[in-house]
Design a protein around this ligand. Structure first.
Ligand code: FAD
Length: 406
């Protein structure tokens, strides 16, 4: 009989959020199989440790199918089986106490993403799971009794394999490293696009606003047709726009569906009200320099830019103020693309889900092979939805793999 460097009942490829969760679930289910996690990086949970600006937006009370893209029906079926409440309960078992903020976002009570990684890492050690770091899986073969993995540190044998390799978003890893285990076994890879990513614009006149943050409602449009609206803090940058509402809409830019964003800089006011406010300021503050006319109401530089775009001059004051009100309510920003996969938080696209069972994450093509998390063609909105997907898919795969072994 051939000797392998590593042998276990269950092999998990990738020690990220969904991989560690799958490993823990497997180790505690069924006949308590032996589990090894093979991680390419020098430590597990590297991405998890930087999520949510270091705070880890761990899930969201508002999880619903509409918040997921790619294979929405696949995600919906899985989320029915393992919900936000289930994730809160299971993470609690590993030491993560969770708190909900007013907007429904869930965070660890510690507000430290690294502490979530630590809880999962320690729980793995406590459950006897072997964490093999600096051990990328480069090849896989399916045999009669299990799988042989070619890792950077030797060959490994496992009866069941869970592929939790994440995606190419926000990391330096190649497409081949991340997706090849599934692709080698005959699974299809869909088109990959950056999502939850900064947006580039062609608006030269907005470059002067670099670094300014405003509260706005952002509408993603194409040919004047509204696609989706999001509100929150928008950041003007040297290359374009960022901030939560822009990141949320960026998938539409990536896919070419959106060619323009309309910024409503005073969402609480109607167009008529905004016009009225501007006309009365024009009359009340007629002696103020133009650069100050909108100060106190809008960010000074934003106000100046709006008046400039409206063609304001003392001679055409009224018409220009009416145009400025229109711009305040719908400042058009032509978008030209996104900043790219390396700067994206999430990857839209992945392994085709039609070849997988959404209740177990098991392949329909290769028995005993499972895929979880972002590696699959499921991506969520910004706000905790992607980590919830990692918990849901990781749990279902871990449980099914362990129970399958008996
Ligand atoms: C900056 C940033 C902030 C984010 N913030 C949030 C947030 O607050 N809330 C939220 O819901 N989502 C957030 N996300 C998205 C979230 O982090 C991911 O969706 C989630 O981590 C995906 O989990 P995963 O297990 O699929 O992949 P990952 O957590 O990426 O883990 C995959 C692991 O597999 C390893 N690997 C890859 N290929 C191989 C191989 N061939 N062999 C061995 N190992 C391999 C990788 O090194 C990695 O450790 C953020 C993402 C980024 C980049």
């Amino acid at each position: 009989m051939k000797r392998y460097t590593f042998t276990s009942d269950v092999a998990v490829i990738g020690g990220g959020a969904s991989g560690m969760f799958a490993a823990l679930t497997a180790a505690k289910s069924g006949s308590r199989p032996s589990v090894t996690v093979y991680e390419a990086g020098e430590r597990v949970g590297a991405k998890l440790s930087v999520t949510g600006n270091g705070r880890c937006n761990i899930s969201n009370a508002g999880v619903s199918p509409e918040r997921y893209h790619g294979s929405r029906r696949f995600a919906a079926a899985a989320l029915e089986l393992f919900s936000v409440q289930d994730a809160v309960r299971e993470l609690g078992k590993y030491g993560v106490l969770i708190t909900e903020e007013k907007d429904g976002k869930l965070f660890p009570y510690s507000l430290q993403a690294s502490s979530v990684t630590d809880c999962l890492r320690f729980s793995c050690a406590e459950a006897g799971i072997a964490l093999e770091c600096d051990c990328a899986v480069r090849g896989i073969k399916a045999g009669k009794n299990g799988f042989v993995l070619t890792t950077e540190r030797g060959e490994a044998f496992a009866k069941r394999v869970i592929m939790s390799t994440g995606s190419v978003a926000g990391v330096a890893a190649s497409e081949e490293t991340v997706y090849s285990p599934a692709v080698t076994l005959g699974h299809r890879l869909t088109r990959l696009l950056p999502s939850v990513v900064k947006v580039k614009t062609a608006a030269k006149e907005l470059k002067a606003l670099n670094g300014i943050k405003v509260n706005a409602t952002v509408s993603a449009v194409k040919g004047g047709r509204l696609l989706r609206k999001e509100s929150g803090e928008v950041l003007f940058t040297e290359y374009g726009l960022s901030g939560p509402p822009v990141l949320q809409l960026s998938r539409l830019v990536s896919s070419g569906e959106c060619d323009c964003m309309l910024l409503d800089l005073m969402p609480e006011f109607s167009l008529e009200e905004t016009e009225k406010i501007l006309l009365s300021r024009g009359a009340d503050f007629r002696d103020r320099p133009l650069s100050e006319l909108l100060s106190g109401m809008l960010n000074k530089r934003v106000g100046q830019t709006v008046l400039k775009l409206a063609g304001y001059s003392p001679e055409n004051k009224r018409a220009a103020l009416i145009r400025a009100a229109g711009l305040i309510k719908a400042l058009p920003v032509k978008v030209t693309g996104v900043t790219g996969m390396r700067s994206a938080q999430v990857c839209a696209g992945g392994i085709e889900t039609a070849d997988f069972n959404p209740l177990t994450m098991e392949s329909r093509l290769v028995k005993g092979f499972y895929v979880t998390g972002e590696a699959l063609n499921v991506d969520g909105d910004c706000g905790g939805f992607n980590l919830q997907w990692a918990w849901t898919s990781g749990y279902l795969a871990g449980k099914a793999a362990a129970e399958d072994i008996g």
